[in-house]
Design a protein around this ligand. Structure first.
Ligand SMILES: [Zn+2]
Length: 325
């Protein structure tokens, strides 16, 4: 027997038709503030012929102490104060991106939906505000299976949120989380993360393809292995007309700490030594090849360049332009 039930998409469609929603929706200015009236939830830029739209899923905070567990607390405090940052609470944006190239629309990560913290889960709302339909997404590339990147893969009805997309994730990443009895092999405090990852990776409705290093998602978009933050973490490279962009995921996480103190590793970095080695390699590549970078947790929209600076690097944000179409 087939049980008919409205999907979240149906409900959203119904909601969109309701007058109350129509009234509250602002005129679609390019920089409308769709979530809280304070700031834009999407940002467009281009890399050669590729059109990119950064889509915010929101933000959350973590412990500033945890971002450099191999550094002295005094050192972290001094670093944060010198960068006009909160010395205790680390504010993390969550920046997804849709890459439009040829006939393809590739989304990187799916956010956390309503399963993580209340300040995240804005991606679908902001995607809609940007004018990109959920059914237009052709590919979803998952960098890794942490809550803020994958827990939103299914909706409240357990359906995959992008019905027409091919889903891709690193084979190493998939296999690590899905390893038999993984939940009992991790610390008690990490068990909910494992359960959430397994639930997301096994959600009905989406077909996940496990990919290896240097996997071409579509012409001009490649997934590369950038392990450390998680065992099978992957980043993406967008190349078009001689321009390139490195989408770092969490391999580079903070525009000041990760760039100026790349040797510091965080509580959440699963393999500290590999995290640092990968990060230095990526920073070197971006600086030497003058690649733009886009990082998931950088201040929105998280796009810019890195340049060498002594023994480390410096982040230069891209200039925000209000009139990009
Ligand atoms: Zn993250």
């Amino acid at each position: 027997m087939t049980i008919l039930r409205p999907s979240r998409r149906d409900i959203l469609k119904m909601s969109a038709m309701a007058p109350a929603f129509a009234l509250s929706a602002p005129a679609l200015a390019k920089v409308a503030a769709p979530t809280n009236g304070q700031s834009a939830g999407y940002f467009r830029f281009s890399v050669g012929a590729a059109k990119l739209t950064v889509i915010s899923d929101g933000h959350f905070t973590s412990s500033a102490r945890d971002i450099g567990i191999n550094a002295e607390e005094d050192e972290i405090t001094a670093f944060m104060v010198a960068h006009f940052q909160d010395a205790t609470s680390h504010y993390e944006h969550t920046n997804h991106v849709v890459i439009e190239l040829g006939d393809n629309k590739v989304l990187v990560d799916v956010g956390s939906g309503n399963r993580f913290v209340s300040t995240t889960g804005r991606m679908l709302e902001n995607l809609s505000a940007s004018g990109i339909g959920e059914d237009e997404i052709t590919h979803v590339a998952i960098t890794h299976a942490h809550p803020d990147h994958i827990w939103g893969i299914r909706d409240d009805f357990d359906e995959a949120i992008f019905p027409n997309a091919d889903y891709l994730i690193g084979a190493t990443e998939f296999d690590w989380w899905m390893f038999d009895d993984r939940v009992n092999l991790v610390d008690a405090s990490d068990q909910s993360m494992v359960v959430g990852a397994v639930n997301s990776l096994t959600a009905t409705g989406q077909q996940l393809t496990r990919v290896g290093n240097d996997h071409e998602v579509v012409p001009g978009v490649t997934m590369i292995a950038t392990p450390g933050h998680t065992i099978g973490h992957m980043s993406l490279i967008v190349e078009s007309e001689g321009h390139s962009l490195l989408i770092t995921g969490d391999a580079i996480r903070d525009p000041y700490v990760s760039v100026e103190r790349p040797e510091w590793y965080a509580q959440i970095d699963m393999d500290p030594e590999t995290t640092v080695a990968t990060r230095k390699k990526l920073l070197d590549m971006a600086a030497s090849d003058r690649m733009a970078i886009l990082s998931y947790h950088f201040p929105f929209p998280g796009v810019g360049h890195v340049v060498a600076n002594g023994n480390a690097y410096r982040f230069i944000p891209a200039l925000w332009q209000w009139n990009q179409g």
